[in-house]
Design a protein around this ligand. Structure first.
Ligand code: PYC
Length: 310
């Protein structure tokens, strides 16, 4: 299995070029469901330690049935198959450029959440135009064990997010343990209290919004992913969901650009245009860097060939 590893603002992506399971044909959402239900051991083994690393997202390249698309891609972390992944798409764009498969300019990509487009601006910089994103509920209060009442917005940006603004804990690196514990408790409360997406989808990501100490940065976020790792990047799908909330609150105009950074200070440039169904079409620009090209080996006599499950 040949892979290329990159990181987007510190958040790793492993693009799988070949050697993945045969997911058949048909709609990408259906093939993603097959990956989730029939090949769990495969996708975990690619990302779990010792072969992978905490936070890493996999990007399995699959043929797109849309002739206008450069490729299809299914993203996953060590715990779940994702609808879409913004940082992974920036990593994918830089990886395809590294391989000589795309030149600077616009390219379409198919994901389980829908069609997106990327603009390769230079060898490391990609602008992603995401699927239409929307806020579905504002100011929802939930009871969080050990923390009391927490209020946030439920929004979709290719994955489902509960977004708390402002965060009750300062969004800074010294608080990553405390922020992780709080967001896990919030996600458990969302599930226990039946707060789901419109079709019963789990809220699998939680965002805490904070302030940046740097001039010119609109906000800083902490994002919990399904594998209980935090996003080292500002999270593309989370930033999309956040743009939908800012638009719905009337505090960010179409086309106005803001910079949002992650808890470790990696920036994305963000803006939106109104979407056809009442949401927003988000645009996010960030940078990725290639780290490694390699071949993954799954030796039969390796006791940890499937990764370390705790
Ligand atoms: O950038 O959308 C994103 C993302 C999702 C999970 C990790 N990163």
């Amino acid at each position: 299995m040949h892979v290329i590893d990159s990181h987007t603002g510190g958040m790793p992506t492993r693009v799988i070029l070949d050697g993945g399971p045969d997911l058949g044909s048909g709609p990408l959402a259906e093939r993603a469901r097959r990956l989730a239900t029939e090949h769990e051991a495969f996708y975990k083994s690619v990302l779990l330690e010792p072969r992978g690393q905490p936070g890493m997202v996999g990007a399995l390249l699959v043929p797109s049935e849309d002739p206008d698309c450069e490729t299809g891609v299914i993203y996953f972390d060590a715990d779940a198959v994702l609808g879409m992944c913004g940082h992974g798409t920036i990593g994918l764009g830089v990886t395809l450029a590294h391989l000589g498969r795309i030149a600077p300019g616009a390219h379409r990509i198919e994901t389980p959440a829908g069609l997106i487009s990327i603009d390769l601006l230079d060898a490391n910089t990609v602008r992603v135009t995401n699927i239409e994103s929307r806020r579905v509920r504002a100011s929802v209060s939930i009871e969080v064990a050990g923390y009391g009442q927490v209020t946030g917005d439920l929004a979709y940006g290719g994955n489902w997010f509960f977004i708390v603004d402002p965060s009750p804990i300062a969004v800074e690196t010294g608080n990553i343990r405390a922020l992780t514990d709080l967001t896990i408790a919030i996600r458990e409360a969302c599930i226990a209290q039946g707060l789901t997406g419109e079709n019963g989808e789990d809220v699998d990501h939680v965002i805490l919004q904070g302030e940046s100490p740097s001039q010119g940065i609109h906000s800083r976020n902490f994002v919990l992913c399904p594998d209980n790792e935090y996003d080292r990047s500002p999270c593309g799908t989370g930033s999309s969901a956040r743009l939908a909330c800012l638009a719905a609150d009337g505090v960010l105009a179409p086309g106005e650009e803001i910079i949002q950074e992650s808890v470790i200070g990696s920036p994305y440039r963000l803006s939106y245009q109104p979407g056809p169904s009442g949401g927003v079409i988000p645009t996010l620009t960030g940078q990725a860097h290639i780290m490694a090209e390699g071949k993954l080996i799954f030796a039969q006599n390796d006791p940890f060939r499937g990764g370390i499950y705790l």
